[in-house]
Ligand binder design. Structure first.
Ligand code: B16
Ligand code: MG
Length: 217
């Protein structure tokens, strides 16, 4: 099989780990409504948009609210989340990312960000990686969140490469499904028992090189 011409990266869980911030903020909101959410439940929110996450959480707590109240809660959660994001620095970049990006640039491989987060650019600015991608597709550019393939198909389109020439790095079950539905190959970042549909799974980007990636596909 031909080697990928472009690497598409999810943000949360691959480049940085803000899943813990999302969890803390959603948990604070759930607690304010009188119920709790577990870490296991939070796993299913990874890669899922803010609005869809809120719906899943409210259904989990068996809480019915007006659309107006839901909008207020989504804003409140985002404010709590952004308080945590505002403390981020380049030290929050996950191990192996800087080294892999240096190699990717030197090899001339194109890169895109494929995140459903509306805060993606803000996070990239905080970690000084805003200029490291040839294309940035975030929650403000798409209509449908993962597992819909839109975010990755738009990434391929902006880079001018075919989906079959793209390799997606993802930590979420919904994200792997989105990439597969886009017709792309996938590197799962996490554990094989969770990311069962990924072509290959690595625990993180730490120590990962283009050579290791190519020989694993
Ligand atoms: P926001 P990713 C996703 O980012 C997160 O995994 C998910 O937990 C979050 O709900 C979603 O972004 C929306 O984020 O509230 O900031 O718009 O993994 O696609 O980079
Ligand atoms: Mg993710």
């Amino acid at each position: 099989m031909n080697q990928p011409k472009a690497f598409l990266f999810d943000l949360d869980g691959v480049i940085v780990d803000t899943a813990i911030y999302h969890y803390q903020a959603w948990r604070r909101m759930a607690n304010s409504l009188g119920f709790d959410i577990s870490e296991e439940f939070n796993e299913g929110l990874k890669g899922v948009s803010r609005v869809e996450s809120l719906e899943l959480i409210l259904a989990h707590g068996n809480v019915q609210l007006s659309e107006e109240r839901k909008a207020e809660l989504a804003t409140q959660k985002n404010d709590w989340y952004l308080e945590l994001v505002s403390l981020m620095t380049p030290a929050n970049v996950l191990p192996g990312v800087t080294e892999l990006f240096a190699e990717i640039k030197a090899a001339g491989i194109k890169t895109a960000l494929g995140s459903v987060s509306k805060n993606a650019k803000l996070i990239l600015a905080r970690i000084w990686m805003l200029d490291d991608f040839d294309a940035i597709i975030d929650g403000n550019k798409i209509q449908r969140g993962k597992p819909d393939p839109e975010v990755f198909l738009k990434g391929a389109e902006e880079l001018g490469v075919l989906p079959t020439d793209c390799l997606v790095f993802e930590d979420a079950v919904a994200g792997i499904e989105a990439a597969k539905r886009a017709g792309m190959r996938t590197i799962g970042v996490g554990t094989p028992d969770v990311l069962t549909q990924a072509d290959v799974v690595f625990p993180s980007l730490k120590g990962l090189t283009i050579e290791k990636i190519r020989s694993s596909l």
